[in-house]
Design a protein around this ligand. Structure first.
Ligand SMILES: [Zn+2]
Length: 197
């Protein structure tokens, strides 16, 4: 059986990394998982990528014979990204945005978030693809935790309309099947249907 740990070198002084790695190796650990919440440290400003600290951490671990599993940092879009594109935030059923300050505050259906994700993971993959100590990747982290499966933002509302259009023949079919004559709930288009709040 192989044993691994998660490790957050960005939380610790650099002068400690060497002894951390040595103690992991001495304890019989073989795999170390890194970087799943590190977007803000890898990219402190838009396009200002800094892999130097992670390079150093990976190399120190490799020097001690440890295998590295790198994670996409996508569960924690940084503050500058949220400020520039607040539309990536999730929204509660009443439409209130879930603000920055925790994790998983992004919407899966946000085209802008997906674009930014594609950009950062491509940069990371290109940078570490050939590193001999990197033996695997984790994509995102704890998908759906903290009640983040359901979102009611504008992008989700649009996606819900598309889902309805695929499910029903036309909006008349939807009205028929939903019985919307009751209480004058008829819809004139799929776009007019709000997500169930
Ligand atoms: Zn959403």
């Amino acid at each position: 059986m192989s044993i691994g740990v998660c490790y957050f070198p960005e939380h610790w002084p650099r002068e400690q990394w060497e002894s951390d790695a040595r103690q992991m190796a001495e304890a019989g650990i073989e795999y170390v998982r890194l970087a799943e919440f590190s977007w803000g440290v890898i990219e402190p400003t838009l396009g200002g990528l800094d892999f130097s600290w992670l390079d150093e951490a990976v190399d120190i671990l490799a020097d001690h014979g440890l295998n590295v599993v790198l994670c996409t940092p996508t569960a924690t879009p940084p503050k500058w990204l949220v400020d520039e594109h607040p539309e990536i935030l999730q929204a509660d059923p009443d439409g209130t945005p879930r603000h920055f300050g925790s994790r998983r505050h992004y919407c899966f259906n946000s085209p802008r978030y997906r674009e930014e994700t594609r950009r950062i993971v491509s940069e990371m993959a290109a940078h570490y693809a050939d590193h001999p100590a990197v033996v695997g990747w984790q994509t995102d982290n704890e998908f759906g935790c903290h009640g983040t499966v359901r979102c009611y933002c504008e992008d989700c509302s649009a996606a819900f309309s598309e889902w309805l259009a695929a499910k029903y023949d036309d909006v008349g079919d939807l009205n028929e099947q939903w019985g919307t004559t009751f209480w004058s709930q008829q819809y004139a288009s799929f776009e007019a249907v709000d997500p169930p709040r």
